[in-house]
Design a protein around this ligand. Structure first.
Ligand SMILES: C[S@@+](CC[C@H](N)C(=O)[O-])C[C@H]1O[C@@H](n2cnc3c(N)ncnc32)[C@H](O)[C@@H]1O
Length: 253
């Protein structure tokens, strides 16, 4: 077994995260850079440091994948999503924002549902990275992070706090943040909507297939899956979906 694979096995035992389910070249490049930055020449020595020093492990968990996000990323796709939202009667719409990073995605959904009005909803927002979830939960964003939102929405759904914008309780009370590993933990359900963008690209084809199967099982009939750029999949039917627009899939009845 090569050195990286051995490291992957050890890290799985330590954290439950299986690096072999991520595309190797990208992951190896990223972790090699982190290892070198910390001054270790071999993965074995780096692993010993990870075991002993929580801040090195936290750095790895924080930097394994990029956790950049944006409010209303690709506005036309959000518009399409709003047109295809399933109707639910007599209960709140149940949504899951998976791999939500710093929270822009679940808050965008809450904002759009508030703008629509007359919808009750609960949003579960998850990520593997506790540090990024803590930021999401606080809901503080810098000006450049909210620049894609119209001023009227900033006024309505944020509070100015010094040079930051704080998400109002009107949105926050609908969003619950939880740590969740898409490659290891059980999936919630039944759900009406799953948003999962810009994380499947990091996974191997086999891992991506398993995640999509999991999403399909989690969605109620008629539920919608919203994926990111380069994450569309062919053969939607195979997973029990029909494709209803670019980046949108509906769970078949
Ligand atoms: C590029 S961000 C995507 C943020 C947001 N969904 C968006 O598109 O703007 C990728 C996120 O995936 C998370 N991630 C990576 N592996 C994961 C896993 N196995 N389970 C859950 N989240 C994971 C990272 O922590 C990171 O926050």
């Amino acid at each position: 077994m090569d050195e990286f694979l051995q490291f992957a096995r050890q890290l799985e035992r330590l954290t439950g995260i299986d690096l072999t389910l991520y595309k190797r070249p990208q992951m190896e490049r990223r972790l090699t850079a982190l290892r070198e930055k910390r001054g270790y020449r071999r993965f074995q020595d780096y692993f010993r440091a990870l075991e002993e020093q929580p801040e090195i492990l936290n750095e790895l968990l924080d930097k394994m994948t990029i956790n950049v996000s944006e409010f209303l990323r690709n506005p036309e796709r959000w518009q399409a999503l709003m047109q295809h939202l399933p109707e639910v009667a007599g209960r709140p719409l149940k949504a899951w924002s998976a791999a939500c990073a710093s929270g822009e995605e679940p808050y965008t959904l809450a904002l759009l549902l508030e703008e629509r009005g007359g919808v009750r909803y609960d949003i579960l927002a998850t990520d593997i990275d506790r540090a990024v979830l803590a930021r999401a939960e606080q809901g503080y964003y810098k000006e450049h992070q909210v620049r894609s939102l119209p001023p009227a929405w900033l006024e309505r759904y944020f509070r100015r706090d010094g040079d930051a914008y704080a998400v109002s309780s009107r949105l926050r009370r609908h969003v619950r943040f939880l740590q969740h590993n898409l490659l290891a933990d059980p999936y919630p359900g039944p759900l009406d909507l799953i948003i999962c963008r810009n994380v499947l690209i990091y996974f191997t084809d086999e891992a991506k297939r398993r995640v999509i199967e999991g999403f399909s099982a989690s969605l109620a009939p008629g539920g919608i899956l919203f994926v990111g750029s380069t994450e569309q999949f062919i053969g939607a039917e195979r997973f029990g979906f029909s494709s209803v627009g670019p980046f949108l899939y509906r769970k078949r009845d």
